[in-house]
Design a protein around this ligand. Structure first.
Ligand code: FAD
Length: 443
């Protein structure tokens, strides 16, 4: 696991802080809280909505260690204008939101240059490479090893042109990813319930999935609480550095009165893990963070109304994924830029069903919209234009740390992010070089 060791002993804070507030209890915050509490810090985990209720709730459950290519790639450039006009396309940009998203898109385009892309890809490879291994001891200790299944994943091609699959295969292979190219018969041996439309697939042999990403948040946070962490259900409105400590202002989530009471609490350090909601908190502290909510959707199908799969199956052409979960199948994906506040467009979740009909045998003709509204879900991926997260100490404040911006890979990178934050905060060597993830790159 320890491939690159980087010394952080010249960090500004020399004594380990004692009390730590972790703000945000998604998969990233929960992992940070568990790691820090295990290292002997007194952790308070604060969330406005509850454990795992943000983007970590109903994602695709795919530990996607093969995804080492940043999203910014030149081929997307020609598609951008089309995004504005198709609200149901795999990638959509609300025309109303376009002016607000423009600065992010300009930075995104800036990350398409070959040298930048190669550098970002190298950083992604380094953090992704052993990410699954970091979960194993945590799930074992929590008695929840069943939440991690390592059967690989498939990327399937409907195209009859073998070159399309070969090109993708070579691309992954050149990045050092464990991958096999399969024809239709080999693909069907692994997944007999895939339809006759599938001609080729890439089989990522070292990839894993979970039958319940929300439950991973629950069990890991329970583990942190059991070893002494505390939990507060409140929205943090301000983070004020005071000498070497940090004062946090928060408002109880239960307080719905017209003039809610704001209380403050002082901690020795704070970890900000507030996902797509991070921008205003960082702005108040004087940091620029070009983060966008890359909204994605999922649709759950019950076991009795869908065929079974053994592993996640992603579609190369349709840009979505189907994962076997404890309840049945979860169809997930798509990207929508419409900001944090715009109402959900559940037609985008239903669109996933229409796509799944092309990949699976024996799906019912239509999905039932009647009673199961809760099974359609939208989550806000915290996405930065270079596809890298921000992990590490704040550059202008000794006692503030960031763990945010994990875009499409938050579940995958949760455990390693917790480990790295623990190492930085206790002045240990980090397992990988975290300099590419510094907030410095935006400031
Ligand atoms: C459709 C879809 C499918 C996906 N599939 C995968 C996948 O298969 N594999 C993968 O690795 N990733 C996947 N992702 C991405 C992954 O879900 C995210 O990267 C991850 O959930 C981000 O975790 P987080 O902890 O940073 O954010 P969140 O889970 O959003 O947590 C942030 C928390 O901060 C809290 N918060 C925010 N502001 C405040 C405040 N001021 N005060 C208090 N609390 C606050 C929120 O309530 C929230 O609970 C998917 C995402 C989507 C949308």
């Amino acid at each position: 696991m320890n491939n690159i060791a980087v010394d952080n002993s010249n960090n500004k804070s020399s004594a380990a802080p004692r009390s730590v507030a972790v703000i945000g209890a998604g998969i990233i915050g929960v992992n940070c809280a568990l790691e820090l509490q295990s290292l002997g810090f007194q952790v308070t985990l604060i969330d406005k909505s509850g454990i795992g209720e943000g983007c970590s709730k109903a994602n695709a459950g795919h530990f996607a260690t093969e995804q080492v290519f940043p999203l910014a790639e030149v081929s997307l450039l020609w598609q951008l204008p089309k995004l504005l006009f198709n609200p149901l396309g795999p990638m959509a940009l609300s025309p109303k939101y376009f002016p607000k998203a423009l600065p992010w898109f300009l930075k995104f385009i800036g990350n398409m240059f070959t040298t930048k892309r190669a550098k970002n890809s190298q950083a992604l490879r380094a953090i992704n490479q052993h990410a699954i291994d970091y979960y194993k001891p945590l799930l074992r200790a929590a008695g929840a090893e069943h939440l991690l299944t390592t059967k690989g994943s498939l990327l399937v091609f409907e195209s009859k042109n073998r070159n399309d699959a070969v090109k993708a295969f070579e691309h992954y292979k050149s990045a050092g990813i464990a991958v096999k190219l399969l024809d239709r018969a080999q693909t069907l041996l692994l997944e007999p319930n895939l339809s006759a439309n599938i001609h080729y697939s890439l089989y990522f042999t070292e990839v894993a999935h979970t039958a319940n990403p929300f439950e991973i948040c629950q069990v890991l946070s329970q583990q942190a609480l059991q070893i002494g962490a505390q939990q507060i259900h409140a929205a943090v409105s301000d983070i004020n550095p005071v000498n070497d400590q940090v004062e946090i202002s928060m408002q109880s989530s239960a307080d719905t009165t017209s003039s809610p009471e704001v209380r403050t609490q002082v901690f020795d350090a704070v970890v900000i893990a507030t996902g797509a909601w991070s921008k205003p908190l960082l702005a108040k502290l004087g940091y620029k963070l070009p983060i966008e909510a890359e909204r994605g959707y999922s649709l759950d199908l019950a076991k009795n109304s869908s065929p079974q799969l053994n592993r996640p199956v992603a579609s190369a052409e349709r840009k979505f994924i189907i994962t076997p979960m404890s309840h049945g199948l979860r169809l997930a994906g798509t990207v929508e830029f419409a900001g944090l506040e715009a109402p959900e467009n559940m037609q985008r979740a239903d669109m996933l069903f229409e796509n799944a009909k092309h990949l699976l045998t024996e799906l019912p003709h239509s999905c039932k919209k009647d009673s199961n509204e809760e099974k359609r879900w939208m989550g806000c991926r915290p996405s930065l234009p270079d596809s890298l997260p921000v992990i590490g100490q704040a550059t202008k404040h000794n006692s503030i740390y960031f763990a945010l911006g994990h875009q499409h890979l938050g579940l995958t990178l949760g455990a390693i992010t917790g480990k790295l934050i623990g190492q930085v905060m206790s002045n240990q060597k980090t397992d990988i070089d975290i300099s590419p993830f510094s907030i410095k790159r935006f400031n």
